[in-house]
Design a protein around this ligand. Structure first.
Ligand SMILES: O=C(O)C1=C[C@@H](OP(=O)(O)O)[C@@H](O)[C@H](O)C1
Ligand SMILES: C=C(OP(=O)(O)O)C(=O)O
Length: 411
């Protein structure tokens, strides 16, 4: 099913409530399975968090996690510690192409028993749950931080806690800090010094507590893009956010200054306003190694405003829901842009044209659909398989409609 977006402008001063962070939710769901005394508020309604929640409650032997990367990684660590239980964890065709060897090796070194069911290094996995007796392991940290977070999430339940030594350049660091931050909120003691992370054991209960998930900053990026493409004076309020976020994608409030957009923090909301037009001479230049999920949004914003754009630190994009570097190049070029990519960067030439009636392919990637949607401020376009957005943001199209973006759905 496709969605046809008509060239639209947005209503001013609208307020949008965005669902909870998928990253925080998936961590807290796992922690709640380990420490049932915790309660979670503003949990994400994303497919990925629902899959995570169902998998944790399931007593089936085969767990299918579809496209949910964090759930795949976090649950691998979780099931590895379920003594006496045998689990097969599998996923979509794409999930079977997303590497997991670094995590499996680390868990097996700690004493786990995990085997590959099809291709070495990739899901599906056969996990024979065991007591993990060792507590020190080192692993490569430059491929995905999710492997590190997976280990940290089970660490306090191990007899002697965990000491992780991270090798190489550490990628997506804020996601590791988010994991540690949530552990600390449960009074689990952690340390992160140089390249060594230590988590102290806490086998017994934690203090009963309610943890409130902040809304999703990656989802907020699409509203930053919409405001960046709107006329000066356009304002939107999104909630519920706070200034001191655990989410690295909150760097958006700084990045979008380059697009003439300001951010004001209110009590539980942020107000995003377009305050000035950008100059065609401006260069959008960012290293996104710490916030890879907003690369697509930023590239499309820059294209829509005719700006030159150089994005680096994108080495993790090739192993996400799709190869996001290839996908961005293919789809931006359909609109008339010119994009050069390497395996870790993207360069977009300044361009004056934005073609009409382009059909955007989404490659099972929610962020392809959501990143291209703001182009409706500039042109008409069609987006394929539009409900792909439910992976992280099921009500995305309803919220765009409320903002005034006009569309119809073709079945
Ligand atoms: O831990 C997390 O919640 C995530 C970590 C990041 O992955 P990488 O560490 O693989 O870059 C990010 O892209 C993903 O959407 C969510
Ligand atoms: C990369 C993402 O998710 P995951 O790795 O959890 O599938 C994402 O949401 O952009």
């Amino acid at each position: 099913m496709n969605i046809k977006l008509h060239k639209s402008s947005v209503k001013n001063n609208m307020a949008i409530a965005i669902t909870g962070s998928k990253s925080e939710s998936n961590r807290l769901l796992l922690l709640q399975a380990l420490y049932p005394e915790i309660k979670i508020e503003n949990i994400s309604n994303s497919d990925d968090s629902q899959l995570m929640s169902k998998a944790l409650a399931s007593t089936e032997q085969v767990i299918d996690i579809h496209h949910a990367g964090t759930a795949m990684r976090f649950l691998t660590a979780f099931f590895a510690t379920r003594e006496g239980r045998e689990t097969i964890i599998t996923g979509s065709k794409r999930m079977k192409e997303r590497p997991i060897k670094i995590l499996v090796d680390a868990l097996n070194q700690l004493g786990a028993e995990i085997q590959y069911q099809e291709n070495e290094g990739y899901p599906p996995l056969l996990i024979k749950g065991k007591k993990l007796k060792k507590h020190k392991v080192s692993l490569d940290a430059n491929v995905s931080s999710q492997y590190i977070s997976a280990l940290l999430l089970i660490a306090s339940k191990l007899e002697n806690g965990l000491e992780l030594t991270l090798k190489g350049k550490i990628t997506s660091v804020p996601y590791i800090n988010m994991t540690l931050g949530l552990l600390n909120q449960l009074d689990i003691k952690t340390e992160f010094v140089d390249n060594v992370i230590t988590v102290k054991p806490l086998q017994e209960k934690v203090e009963p507590k309610t943890l409130t998930v902040e809304s999703d900053w990656s989802s907020a990026s699409y509203f930053y893009s919409i405001i960046a493409l709107s006329k000066v004076g356009t304002v939107v309020e999104i909630s519920a956010y706070k200034k001191n976020s655990l989410q690295g994608d909150s760097v958006l409030s700084n990045i979008y200054k380059s697009f003439g957009v300001t951010t004001t923090f209110k009590e539980h909301a942020v107000i995003i306003e377009k305050i000035k037009t950008v100059s065609p001479q401006d260069l959008i230049n960012f290293d996104l190694a710490n916030s890879p999920d907003i690369a697509q949004t930023i590239a499309v914003s820059a294209f829509a405003l005719g700006l030159e754009c150089n994005l680096t630190g994108l080495h993790t994009l090739k192993i996400k829901e799709t190869d996001r570097l290839e996908a961005l190049k293919t789809e931006i070029e359909k609109f008339g842009g010119e994009v050069n990519i390497t395996d870790k960067s993207l360069y977009l030439k300044k361009s004056k044209v934005i073609k009409e009636d382009v059909k955007v392919v989404t490659y099972n990637d929610h962020r392809m659909a959501m990143a291209f949607a703001p182009l409706a401020l500039k042109t008409t376009l069609e987006i394929e398989d539009y409900m792909v957005v439910s992976k992280s943001y099921p009500t995305f199209w309803d919220d765009l409609k409320r903002l005034g973006i006009q569309f119809n759905v073709n079945n």
